[in-house]
Design a protein around this ligand. Structure first.
Ligand SMILES: [Zn+2]
Ligand SMILES: [Zn+2]
Length: 154
């Protein structure tokens, strides 16, 4: 068995120009049904992962010139970083919590198409479930807000 804290995963935008690496276990891994994620991704929900700043790094070829920064209007402490070439937002940064937010579909896959080290990054909850666009019939817990700090949905 490998030591979780040393496992690293690579991710990138559609074209690959904006690439990053995350290390160890995420501090949050959940299917997010919030309206911000819905509007930013165009998807009904998205598998979202949070990492501490110390465990997130851009690839060597990435510089400030590689991305545009979109600051969420009502949440000035949160920004989304978007590839200048293909336009895909690959990461968000929260200056209040010093955490990075990434979306699992951008992570590298193994030969069978599964996200590498999936057990380490698999979702533990559905969050902001009340604003869902579809009902999910799985055994994963459903929360009004964040897992553990909000009410659980029925
Ligand atoms: Zn790109
Ligand atoms: Zn969200």
């Amino acid at each position: 068995m490998s030591d979780d804290s040393t496992v690293s995963l690579k991710g990138s935008c559609f074209c690959g120009a904006l690439a990053y690496e995350v290390k160890g276990k995420p501090v949050l891994s959940a299917y997010c049904h919030c309206t911000n994620c819905q509007r930013l991704t165009g998807c009904p929900f998205i598998h979202s992962l949070h990492y501490l700043d110390a465990n997130f790094s851009w690839a060597e070829n990435v510089s400030e010139e590689s991305y545009d920064r979109f600051i969420i209007p009502e949440k000035s402490w949160k920004s989304r970083l978007r590839c200048k070439v293909c336009g895909v937002a690959v990461a968000g940064y929260n200056i209040k919590t010093d955490r990075w937010s990434i979306w699992a579909p951008h992570l590298e896959r193994d030969d069978s198409g599964k996200i590498k080290h999936y057990d380490l990054v698999k979702p533990t909850a559905h969050i902001f479930y009340e604003t869902r666009l579809l009902d999910i019939n799985d055994s994963v817990g459903k929360w009004v807000g964040y897992e553990g700090t909000s009410d659980k949905c029925a």
